[in-house]
Design a protein around this ligand. Sequence first.
Ligand code: SAM
Length: 228
Amino acid sequence: MSDRLPQGEEKRRAVRGLFDTISPRYDLVNRVMTFGLDVGWRRTAVASLRLPGRSLVADLACGTGDFCRELQRRGYRAVGFDFSHGMLVNARTGAPLVEADVLQLPLADGGADGVTCGFALRNVVSLGGFFRELGRIVRPGGRIALLDASEPDNPVMRAGHGVYFNRVVPLIGGTLSNKDAYSYLPKSMAYLPGPAEMVSMLREAGFHDAARRQLSGGITQLLVGTRS
Ligand SMILES: C[S@@+](CC[C@H](N)C(=O)[O-])C[C@H]1O[C@@H](n2cnc3c(N)ncnc32)[C@H](O)[C@@H]1O
């Protein structure tokens, strides 16, 4: 992938190809890159759902199934959706997995009690379209918990994080997996709108109480909300 950030159909194809390529070692690189913190972030996200036991939760852009496993551990019924065949083939979860684009889900209106999504907001071609799809599939009273990377507010932490994310992550990813892919991931942060805009987009999509929390000093953000 070149330095220019692709848009539209070109982005869709590039993102799918990228995750197909890195899928065999995705879990390993994730654990090393985040020092295992990603496990705790998913736990926090699932705990924030606060839905009744056995609720049906769609994990969107499920990748290799980490969220699905955590959802099942907490007593939810999980179904994973992802458009990368490679990620689904390398998934380690007993939950049913569906190969689909999260912008056009094969789910009925109000068909899900909840949604989780990990580290994919900057990957979709249209974030507004994705949030509208959440508004469509989540039933009134249902909950969402969305994680993505973020920049810390504290300037010192932000500088350190910038060096780590832009220099060290591509090095680790390049050594263990694929250099181009892990150079693109930090750059793809540019696709993400600011926190206030994302919260406002979620409110417009029907999640009246949408809110954002920072995790681990602000290197990750959690967006939560209840469907009106
Ligand atoms: C960084 S990985 C995250 C995987 C997993 N959620 C996790 O927490 O580890 C991003 C995932 O989003 C998927 N993805 C990106 N855009 C998608 C789309 N439009 N439809 C379905 N999956 C998508 C990719 O295939 C990839 O598996």
